[in-house]
Design a protein around this ligand. Structure first.
Ligand code: PMP
Length: 301
């Protein structure tokens, strides 16, 4: 559980800071209105333990800037500064036995209703097990993914996770570790912190962004891997009932990685789905440096 860790250091105010000193004022918009945008970045040890690398650093920086722009948060940090900040924190916290997940967050630390906004980039990082995620049981939430004109999924903002939190609490009571949220049309949007991929007739299918999902970096990577593996991949709306007949399903995201779905509500899925097995093997081989792929960009620390 990343939430329960208390690492000794955080990046804040342009420098490495002890965890206990990394505080934000109670009067800031970051707190009173939950104004922040963030990223989740995964770092992997190579398969032989010789190097540690951050995955898709540039893509995450670019999305952070897009979120900041849409949320009216100024961000003057260059990519080089961002990269150096991530690397400096990783070097403080890295241990041989575990991978890391980084959470760069741009907080509104001064300003009022979007006027005179001042931001600060804070990066926290947490240890992660090196093993592949276990299969998961998921439900379908009664909470709805808001539309682009209500709470845009494209902005990776703290506020978006209010709905995901509702869904998770609902799911936990029913014995599910995550929940699929539907959009206002009753079609599949995304899960609380990841995107949904299903397999139909040997083809990988995922909802396009306008169905209410984040512009996922992991999904883009999987699309590119599918192209190389000659596995058909399609972005199209997914009906709720398709979850009841899919040959396989997984949740995809930086922290979730590829979480194979074992059960959707009452329906148990087959243990093996050859298409997902092949994608998973390729994904893990690439992020662990056993194979190279142009879509899997690693920054060695
Ligand atoms: N949807 C939500 C709500 C998420 O929080 C995430 C994780 N960032 C994703 C989808 C997957 O995005 P990515 O693959 O870029 O991590």
């Amino acid at each position: 559980m990343v939430q329960l860790q208390k690492p000794p250091y955080v990046y804040m105010g342009g420098r490495i800071t002890p965890w206990d000193e990394a505080t934000i004022h109670v009067g800031s918009e970051a707190l009173i209105r939950g104004i922040s945008v963030f990223e989740g970045i995964k770092g992997y040890w190579r398969h032989d333990g010789s190097e540690f690398a951050l995955l898709a650093l540039r893509e995450h920086y670019d999305r952070l800037l897009r979120s900041a722009e849409l949320q009216h948060l100024p961000c003057a940090i260059t990519f080089e500064e961002f990269r150096e900040a991530c690397i400096s924190l990783v070097r403080r916290l890295l241990i041989k036995e575990r991978d890391l997940w980084l959470r760069p967050t741009l907080f509104a630390v001064q300003g009022h209703w979007g006027e005179d906004t001042v931001t600060d980039l804070v990066i926290t990082s947490y240890h992660q097990d090196k093993k592949r995620p276990d299969p998961i049981d998921i439900g379908i939430s009664t909470w709805q993914r808001p539309s682009d004109s209500a709470l845009p999924a494209r902005i990776k903002a703290a506020a978006n996770y209010q709905i995901g939190r509702f869904a998770r609490i609902e799911g936990r009571r029913q014995g599910f570790s995550d929940m699929v949220m539907l959009n206002s049309a009753g079609r599949v949007a995304e899960a609380s912190g990841s995107c949904v991929l299903i397999v139909r007739n040997g083809k990988v299918v995922t909802p396009p962004w306008h169905e209410g999902c984040l512009e996922s970096i992991t999904v883009d990577t999987i699309e590119a891997l599918c192209q190389s593996l000659q596995i058909p991949f399609e972005r199209r709306p997914i009906d709720r009932t398709e979850l009841g007949i899919a040959e396989g399903a997984c949740l995809a995201g930086t922290l979730m990685e590829l979480g194979r779905v074992r059960r959707i509500e009452a329906r148990k899925l087959r243990e093996h789905c050859p298409v997902l097995d092949r994608i998973e093997d390729e994904f893990w081989a690439c992020v662990r440096g056993q194979r190279m792929h142009p879509a899997v960009r690693l920054t060695t620390v």
